[in-house]
Ligand binder design. Structure first.
Ligand code: C2E
Ligand code: CA
Ligand code: CA
Ligand code: CA
Length: 279
């Protein structure tokens, strides 16, 4: 162990190797995750910041790996994008979300919007629009109950193609959200060029608005622009009362975060709805 201590690079190399082999192991196991029913979705409630009513929920995928246990998406979404497994995972997720939306909204007077994260690889597949149409037909879920979230940092490639897909999806009635707004290419012209229905202000902004007047002005401008263009603005990652009161005072109407609730399994989500919603 003395030899180890004097050669820390060896330890790092060993850890790197272990990491790399875990990644390969995960990449291989991911193929079987759907047939083995190891993937699941948790739902994080989105609340109307003024009334406190639940108005939406974001579906977030988890992988219950047979050996390594519950894996967060940061452990496997990147791998899935590299191997292409993301296409099957995304298709499974959207279908599952649509079924869930149907189960919960059927018979509700005020439907809850369900958001599904979508990788840019899915958005640019040629049958994306037909696939969404099929899911809607197959599940009976109303298209307007579904919001597809696309991460802003990935919007740069193929803007013309993305624009066409957005228009077709909006034609179906599905809503489109730009996730992590402000962290990526940050072109405010997106807001008027793309047929968006929602933008999500990234957690990093929500955290900083409390202390940074500059960040506050940026967030305020995004919210105002959203108002003018009739795009819903959602604040993500609200953890404290201070963060809530600032985003609220800046005019943001919808939010999600640990202050209200972490992402919940379906049983806990059902219980949350029961106690927080006007039905
Ligand atoms: P995201 O879409 O930005 O999701 C928000 C992340 O912040 C989630 O992490 C959520 O659990 C976490 N979060 C929620 N409230 C708070 C809070 O108050 N404070 C803090 N610090 N964090 C909060 P999660 O579930 O680990 O997901 C990580 C990312 O993985 C997501 O970021 C999303 O980009 C991706 N992801 C999740 N599910 C899917 C999926 O089905 N498909 C694809 N393509 N990506 C997914
Ligand atoms: Ca998201
Ligand atoms: Ca986000
Ligand atoms: Ca984020």
């Amino acid at each position: 162990s003395k030899a180890m201590a004097s050669h820390p690079p060896h330890r790092f190399a060993a850890a790197d190797e272990r990491d790399a082999s875990n990644r390969i192991r995960l990449a291989n196991d991911l193929q079987a995750a759907i047939p083995n029913e190891e993937l699941l979705l948790h739902y994080q409630p989105q609340l109307d910041l003024h009334s406190g009513n639940i108005v939406g929920a974001e579906a977030l995928v988890r992988w219950n790996h047979g050996v390594f246990g519950l894996q967060s998406p940061s452990r496997f979404i990147g791998v899935a994008e590299e191997t292409g497994a993301i296409l099957d995972i995304g298709a499974w997720a959207l279908r599952t979300v649509a079924k869930q939306a149907m189960r919960i909204n059927d018979g509700r007077r005020t439907p809850i919007r369900f958001s599904c994260n979508v990788s840019v690889l899915e958005f640019t597949r040629r049958d994306m629009v037909a696939f969404v149409e099929q899911v809607v037909a197959e599940t009976g879920c109303r298209p307007e109950w579904l919001t597809l979230e696309l991460t802003e940092s990935l919007m740069m490639p193929e803007p013309a193609e993305v624009l066409r897909v957005f228009r077709d999806l909006r034609g179906l009635g599905v809503e489109i959200s730009i996730d992590d707004f402000g962290t990526g290419y940050s072109n405010l012209r997106y807001l008027e060029r793309f047929p968006l229905t929602e933008i999500k202000i990234d957690r990093s902004f929500v955290r900083d608005v409390v202390h940074s007047p500059a960040k506050r002005v940026i967030v305020e401008s995004i919210i105002k622009l959203g108002g003018v263009l009739d795009i819903r603005v959602v604040a993500e990652g609200i953890e404290t009362d201070a963060e809530l009161s600032v985003v609220k005072s800046l005019g943001c109407s919808v939010g999600q975060g640990y202050l209200y609730s972490p992402p919940l399994d379906t049983t806990a989500f059902d219980a949350f709805i029961k106690y927080h919603a006007i039905s």
